[in-house]
Design a protein around this ligand. Sequence first.
Ligand code: NDP
Length: 519
Amino acid sequence: MSMHVETAQKTGNAKPRMLESFAPATGEKIGEVPVASRDDVKSAIARARKAQAAWGLLPVEERCARLLRFRDAIVDRAEEIIDVVSRECGKPKHDALSHEVMILTDLLTYYCKNAPKILEPRELALHLLKHKRSVIHYVPRGVVGVIGTWNFPFVIPLADVVTALVTGSAVVLKPSEVTPLSMQKAKDIFDATGLPQDLFVVVHGGGDVGQAMIEGGIQKLCFTGGVETGKKVAAACGANLVPCVMELGGKAPLIACADCDVERTARAVVFGGFVNSGQVCISVERVYAHASIHDRLVDRVGELTREIRQGDPQGGDVVDVGAIIYAKQIEVAEKHIADAVAKGAQIVAGGKRRSGPGQFFEPTVLAKCDHTMTVMKDEIFGPIVPIQKVSSEEEAVRLANDSHLGLNAYVFTKDRVRGERLASRIEAGSVIVNDVLTNYAAAEAPFGGMKQSGFGRIHGDDALRDMAEARHVFTGRLPDPKSDPLWFPYSPKAFKWQLKLLKAMYRSGGLLKKLGRLL
Ligand code: NDP
């Protein structure tokens, strides 16, 4: 991404290039950080590996106890974090508090409380090899790389960081070039807790720094970003055989059924579409409204949208929606609107960038949309909600699934059974009935995408186990004999005996069936 902070300057041999950060709500420079070189990335990974050697040996209970110090420091210094995130993203302080600090704090608390149980060695009840003891141990991977994005520059990358640290790995993290200061603040707070500083290293820079990380010997990568970058990053991971989790784009559909509560649905559309200026991977990106409630819903969404207070969150007045964090998204929004209007869409509210200092785009509602328009098919990642009228649930489900993306989806209906039935037919990693966005805050629940929205999951117990390596330790339950009937020397007798066993055991009605171990 070159950018917003393309002002990274070459200042000669002795000094590192600097990456500048600007407040999108005012355009003013708010800080700078040094850009890492390829050698810096190498050395960061080496330092992290050294710190991990001791960290990984600690019992998980001890790691969790120490990480709670980080949790406490985040809570104690919440105002500082909120201030930096709000200024660097131009987002309301309410958003920085509830969607970043609160969610991270809760996830950290959940994992620290439950990791000893979740990561406990697990003994398997073996189906066939009853004479063996099989235990799965969840062991640290080593150094985990994290590449983050700018829309939630605190919570999203740090969620990966704490997950990795709990499992005993160390982390090297590259934040987005657009929002380096938010992670710098997190790093300062981490270092002040007395936890080993090299356990969590931050390297700043662009895609080349991320690339150097993937090639630098990490044991896993957690990537959050767009689909196109994700493909390049996954290819680089493949070339280096680095396992990766891909958290990519979204195009969340919202199905408003004939029996939905129109007021709640309209409010959900407006919040889900415009919070964080629509720069949320699980934003409401398209609405399919049943014909019987369509007009009322469009009118109410329009009214509520026009009531949104937008402006500089640091400006003194309370605002609901702030700036566009990354200026390029304004052009993306304009292109979508121009394409939609040219094909017959109607602008119900908003529709244009705001003049004056800072990067602002009006929360925009489009009606009369259909799937010939890019706004219904491609990710917007900005404050636009397009609405399409549908004549049946069947049509709504078909259109919801007519997408290369599948992260979140929403269904609004007064009948929860219908909601769950529709949920089971939608191709998305999470489907939420009568609510928007909140699933990301459920520390216990897996989060991630289907189709090109990515692979792997974050949050929840399975993601914690996946962050670790599973080591299978296999021993005997009986005294070990001198040899094994399956070992050398092979003989015709042994072959016959095994064949007999296969037929006796696995035929329908065979031995295993009688023992209740086979269908
Ligand atoms: P990008 O894909 O442009 O960038 C993501 C990160 O990758 C940035 O840190 C970027 O660095 C880095 N990067 C860029 N090129 C490379 C490369 N070749 N190798 C390694 N790293 C690289 O995405 P955006 O930052 O624009 O984020 C927006 C996207 O993220 C949207 O599609 C959104 O839906 C998605 N997203 C997904 C989430 C999820 O949980 N599924 C959550 C949040 C966002 P730099 O910025 O410095 O260029």
